[in-house]
Every structure is written in C-alpha cells, then in structure tokens.
Design a protein around this ligand. Sequence first.
Ligand SMILES: Nc1nc2c(ncn2[C@@H]2O[C@H](COP(=O)(O)OP(=O)(O)OP(=O)(O)O)[C@@H](O)[C@H]2O)c(=O)[nH]1
Ligand SMILES: [Mg+2]
Length: 194
Amino acid sequence: MPSAEQTSWVILAGGQASRMGGNDKGLVELTGKAMIEHVIGTLSPQTSSITINANRNQERYSQYGSVFGDNIQDYPGPLGGIHAAIHHLDDEWIGFVPCDCPQLPHDLVERMANACSEDTDIAVAHDGEHIQPVVTLLHRRILPKLEAFLANGDRKIILLYRQCNMITVDFSDQPNAFVNLNTPEELQQFGQTL
Ligand SMILES: Nc1nc2c(ncn2[C@@H]2O[C@H](COP(=O)(O)OP(=O)(O)OP(=O)(O)O)[C@@H](O)[C@H]2O)c(=O)[nH]1
Ligand SMILES: [Mg+2]
C-alpha cells in the first residue's frame, strides 16, 4: 500500500478549458473563490504534498503551491500532465485530481491508497456509474508504457489504463463528489446550489 511519505498529489489544471470559453478553469470563480481553492480546500487536510500542473497563468497558480508545466507541447490531454508529473516528482506513487471538481471526497486520499496493493499500477475512482479517469493514484512504473503510448500518438487515457494493472475504487456512496464543471453554465448552475 502506498504510504503518505511515498506519495504526492497533483492538481491537473493544464488543459485548454475550451468549453469554459478558454478561461483557465482552475482560476474561474465559484462562490468568490478560484475553483482550484475549492479543490485545495478538500485535498489539503488529506495530504501535505500537493503540487499544481498548469501550462498558463503559472504565476497566479503559484500563490496556491508549487507549479510545473507539461513537457509535451500541443495539449496532449490529461496524460500530458501525468507524464510531466512523473518526470517532475520523484515519489513512487502520484495521485491526480482535476481542477474542475470542486467537491471531491473528503476521504479520497485514504481510500485510494488503501485500495492499492504492491502490484497495482493504477487505481481509478468509480462513482458507481462511471470511472473517473482523472481521479487516480498511480505508480511511477507506468512511465515506459505511458511514453510508448504517447509516442504512438495515442491519447485516450482509458486505453492506456487497460494496458496496466488497473483497479477501480468504489465511491458510489458519494456520487456527487465528482461533479465536474466544464462550461460557464455548469459553473453558474452549480454555484447556485452552494
Ligand atoms: N497537463 C495537461 N492537463 C490537461 C490537458 N488537457 C486536459 N487536462 C486536464 O485534465 C482534466 C480534465 O480535462 P477536461 O476538463 O476534459 O479538459 P480541458 O482541456 O480542461 O477542457 P476542454 O478544453 O473544455 O475539454 C483537467 O483537470 C484538465 O486541466 C493537457 O493537455 N495537459
Ligand atoms: Mg472536465
């Protein structure tokens, strides 16, 4: 099982946010706070090791923690952030959450870590209906497979996961924890429920 000392968590904020009109999703405001602050608020009581993956507005993100960008250009998708994280961090295990999920589980880190055994490559959250491929805890040993996958021009995260020893972690008791705000309308509607 991954220990806290061997694990870092990364907030993925490196996407293009085209559905949000190109506004950096981690920095758009939800109830007067940047969206990433909601994510940090949930994650920081659970782990002392949080870094931020962002490709734009790195200076603004740096007020929330240490920031690193992708090393593959042209926005290859979340795998670009995962790839950069494995290169940037030396932890054995690295967890990921997206910057646009403002009410993640308060027991995410513990439940993801408890689910992993020595031979797990990737643990992925499951909300009872769908897997949540960017809410994941993975072992850095996937790097060669990830690099071969990207070099082949593949981008679809779940296809890589299927090549690895993947487990799913059941969060069906908290299906709303994975609410994902991709558009200004979703942001506004969700804000009204808070
Ligand atoms: N580092 C990195 N992260 C990405 C990339 N594309 C998406 N992500 C992250 O992956 C998570 C899920 O991304 P989406 O919400 O599907 O995509 P997005 O690019 O942010 O937004 P859209 O352009 O509207 O699809 C978010 O946390 C994004 O920040 C990328 O090319 N590089
Ligand atoms: Mg999204």
